[in-house]
Design a protein around this ligand. Structure first.
Ligand code: GLN
Length: 282
């Protein structure tokens, strides 16, 4: 939800850290993230240095970040970072901010990955899924593709940052692939329906629209992914896709119609069917 207009807050050079933090009209966790980012202090140092006073530059820098947050900009873009699967990821407005529920997709892929397995991540964005898998399984051969050059730049940086071995490819879904075959294909594609009011609310307003919506009914990219997977899956290979809270049945139907077996959905921590998948029948 957009923030309500707030009364102006005071934050000035000479304020103690404790006083400055008390006056910021944001949730405590957000204040801590912005302050430790601006001041280069750990969460513990924010407490142990509570009595020191802010310099001019520190007060101004912190004020500017608070102003951006109050204008609705997501914390992850302001500090340029978000944690996913226990790893730090650089995020810019060119990529979707990794969501905790997407860790389910990583876990399901890891469970199904054979030794030296081949993984394809479609629409990798920040690279969160591909990098998390490659980091967890250095034996895996992970390929990640995206139609956005800017996203691929961010994803490459994240692979390097986390010492993960991932091959990147600029591609609109499967189009730039040759005859490569994978044991597991994963995707967190744009699945929000084009008229969904959430696109105009909260963090989503700042995220790349092409990563959020297919500009159609929300199922068109999921359908494209299901339709093409057979060409690129090994015998008994798995296709696993994240989708919206009300799309599980529709995605299972797509998989079943395409001839997949073991078609099923899995629930995220909020108990919502969040990932559906199936296995290529041999
Ligand atoms: N999970 C995101 C959201 O609803 C959407 C991401 C996507 O479309 N893949 O906020």
């Amino acid at each position: 939800m957009p923030h309500e207009p707030r009364s102006p807050f005071t934050l000035a050079a000479g304020d103690t850290l404790a006083a400055a933090l008390r006056n910021i009209p944001l949730p405590a966790l957000e204040i801590r993230i912005l302050a430790s980012h601006t001041l280069g202090l750990t969460r513990v140092q924010l407490i142990t240095q509570a009595d020191r006073s802010l310099t001019d530059a520190e007060a101004n820098a912190l004020k500017e970040l608070v102003r951006r947050r109050l204008a609705g900009e997501p914390i992850a873009y302001i500090v340029g970072q978000r944690e996913f699967f226990g790893l730090p990821f650089t995020v810019t407005p060119a990529v979707l901010i990794p969501r905790p529920e997407t860790e389910l997709l990583v876990e399901l892929a890891l469970e199904r990955l054979p030794p030296n397995g081949r993984v394809l991540d479609l629409g990798t964005g920040s690279g969160a899924i591909a990098v998390a898998i490659a980091h967890q399984r250095p034996d895996a051969n992970v390929t990640a593709l995206d139609a956005s050059h800017e996203a691929l730049e961010v994803a490459r940086g994240n692979a390097e940052r986390n010492h993960a071995r991932v091959s990147f490819l600029h591609s609109d879904w499967y189009s730039a692939l040759g005859r490569e075959i994978f044991d597991v294909i994963v995707a967190n594609p744009p699945y929000i329906e084009k008229n969904d009011p959430h696109l105009a609310q909260g963090d989503l307003r700042f995220e790349p629209v092409d990563a959020l919506t297919d500009h159609a009914d929300g199922l068109s990219d999921l359908a494209t992914i299901v339709a093409g997977a057979g060409q690129h899956l090994a015998d008994a290979g798995w296709l696993l896709m994240e989708h919206g809270y009300d799309q599980a049945q529709a995605v299972r139907d797509l998989l079943t119609k395409q001839g997949f077996g073991k078609v099923q959905s899995w629930r995220d921590l909020a108990d919502i069917e969040r990932v559906s998948g199936g296995c290529l029948k041999t």
